[in-house]
Structures are given as structure tokens and as C-alpha cells.
Design a protein around this ligand. Structure first.
Ligand SMILES: [Cu+2]
Length: 99
């Protein structure tokens, strides 16, 4: 009976582990340099170009970019660099929101 319990525990652990492997981070960044709504696709393209970025939403009115990314692949520095490369200046709007 004990062996069954161990095997079952291992099975559950293996089944759940991908959730930890792909730990997601969420961040809201303030993007400066968006002069018109045509900049939104440019910002999205730059961010999606960063490996590990899963979801980007951009709010033109507040210049906020909300990004979901795999923490083991991407990081805030890479996101900021990508935006810089596309001609935008980015800052972390809510540092506390980095999960
Ligand atoms: Cu524009």
C-alpha cells in the first residue's frame, strides 16, 4: 500500500510540475513616445519579439503596456530594451506589480 502511495505522489508531482516550470510574470509599463494610435502595433510587435512574452495589451490613453511573460525566459530589462530598440522609452509603472 505504501508503494502505491509513493507512485501516486510522484504521478501527481510530475503532472503539476509544468505549472511551476512556466511561472508567469505580469507587469505594467509606462511607454513614452507613442504619438499616435499607429504606435500600438509597433509596441506590441517589439514586445512579442522578446522570447517568453505571452500576452501584450496596450492602452493608448494611459500609455500603459501590460505584459505577461515567462519569468524563466524573459525579464523586465529585455522588455525595456526591446521597446528602446523600437524607438520608445519604457519605465516600470507599478514596480509592486512585478510578480
Ligand atoms: Cu504613432
Amino acid at each position: 500500500m505504501k508503494r502505491t502511495a509513493i507512485v501516486l505522489t510522484l504521478f501527481i508531482f510530475i503532472g503539476i510540475s509544468p505549472l511551476w516550470a512556466g511561472e508567469m510574470g505580469r507587469i505594467t509599463m509606462k511607454v513614452e513616445g507613442m504619438s499616435c494610435k499607429m504606435c500600438i502595433p509597433a509596441v506590441k510587435k517589439a514586445l512579442y519579439g522578446v522570447e517568453g512574452v505571452k500576452k501584450v495589451s496596450v492602452d493608448f490613453e494611459t500609455r500603459a503596456a501590460r505584459i505577461e511573460y515567462a519569468k524563466d525566459v524573459a525579464n523586465v530589462e529585455k522588455l525595456i530594451d526591446a521597446l528602446k530598440g523600437a524607438g520608445f522609452t519604457a519605465g516600470v509603472e507599478k514596480p509592486g506589480e512585478t510578480e
